[in-house]
Design a protein around this ligand. Sequence first.
Ligand code: NAD
Ligand code: 6OD
Length: 486
Amino acid sequence: MEPKQFRHFIDGEFVGSSKTFEKRRPSDNALLGYIHEGGKSEVDAAVAAARAAMKGPWGKMTVDQRVELLYKVADEITRRFGDFVQAEMDDTGQPKSMMEHAMIPRGAANFKIFADVIKNVPAESFMMATPDGAGALNYAIRVPKGVIGVVCPWNAPLLLMTWKVGPALACGNTVVVKPSEETPGTATLLGEVMNAVGVPKGVFNVVHGFGPNSAGAFLTAHKGVDAITFTGETRTGAAIMKAAADGIRPVSFECGGKNAGIVFADADLDAAIEGLGRAAFLNCGQICLGTERIYVERPLFERFVAAMKVKAESLKPGDPSDKGTGLGPLISAEHKRKVLSYYEKAKAEGATIVTGGGVPQMPGELANGNWVQPTIWTGLPETASVVREEIFGPCTHISPFDTEDEVIDKANATEYGLSTTIWTSNLGRAHRVAAKIEVGIAWINSWFLRDLRTPFGGSKQSGIGREGGVHSLEFYTEMRNICVKL
Ligand code: NAD
Ligand code: 6OD
């Protein structure tokens, strides 16, 4: 495999830096390529290009023209589907089927949905009385915020980048994206797509690099960035918020979680196992909405644990491009060390290990990858670190509960508030419990079922603001009221 060069995309051109760092495949540690590390000068150039583009043809386009271009972006992603699947699979090591059925189609859908939203959004207006009797008309228009800094994580690179870039561009902004240092591939491809369909230069820019003292920190501190949208860890969000305070620039944050799954004894067990098996292990547990703690009503507890064990053990780790592969690796050796340190903590804290807890035997070159076993624990108190802290691995703790109030209290006893998933055949109880869990998204008898028109985001330390459908417009546009004296 010839190593690739992951260059920045600035003002419609791919440009390199003198410093680079290695990108290795998570599945077998093979060298995939070199990522160019952006510093202050690359960020300055990208922000300058983005500011200039606001004044160029992009800034003068009608909504219809922008919508048409964004549809072309989505269609070009679909035309180059195989390239996107391969790039994301190389970067993350996750199974090809997930790339084909979820990650890459969502990348295209994120452009279409926000193109449709901006085309159809109504404006508000008010007639007011005036002393001379003639009155006045107020109407609001939405204008772009300007240059948006987009800081992305590695766990669903294209999906999460386009979830921000789609609405930002639909609203007429320009963007400078800082992809995760772990996953450069699809951001680079998206630059090619933008050029292929004729998005004006400077509208979409990418600067690769790290966070602190690197591209991420320079971008978020840059005075030429008008607003910052970020997905990643809560403590990174806190650092970015400090940078954004200078210039009181608005932020939209989607951060970490420690989401509770709740299973009542009247739940459809097979459906709950299917849903919670995905919530615990999909993407090797590296989904912010996933479930690292599950509470099961006592009469169902033993059967549930036994069935989840079967589910976990049925997930076969393997080459991401093989059809039978059900589990990918963790993103990096560093993340593997973190997850395994929690596996050790669970043991030290007295957990019963129902399954997993270690590293699987992998054949050939795959033995060099970042593999860990899907793991289930029981028997820990609510104070245990694996029950309290976000691990971001394929692991979950299952404990029994006796009453509705008890499980609501347990689910809410966390500084996070991203999502929950509730399983019951009693719909009255489902609605009642969903309304009481302090989260941005509560799923009932489902998990990660997404309608892109709905508000998405986190409560408490899981985020600031909501994106999705018209809610994205709150962040990506400025509302201006125009008052006309008649
Ligand atoms: P991370 O916070 O380590 O990194 C995210 C991005 O921030 C990267 O591009 C990184 O380079 C950059 N960054 C780091 N420090 C920075 C700084 N000081 N200034 C500017 N940029 C900086 O997160 P991650 O490890 O890439 O992703 C995993 C985390 O993301 C988990 O906590 C997960 O829960 C969270 N996440 C949340 C959602 C959500 O929708 N709520 C979605 C996906 C992931
Ligand atoms: O579905 C989405 O829009 C979204 N932001 C998903 C986040 C997944 C986190 O890992």
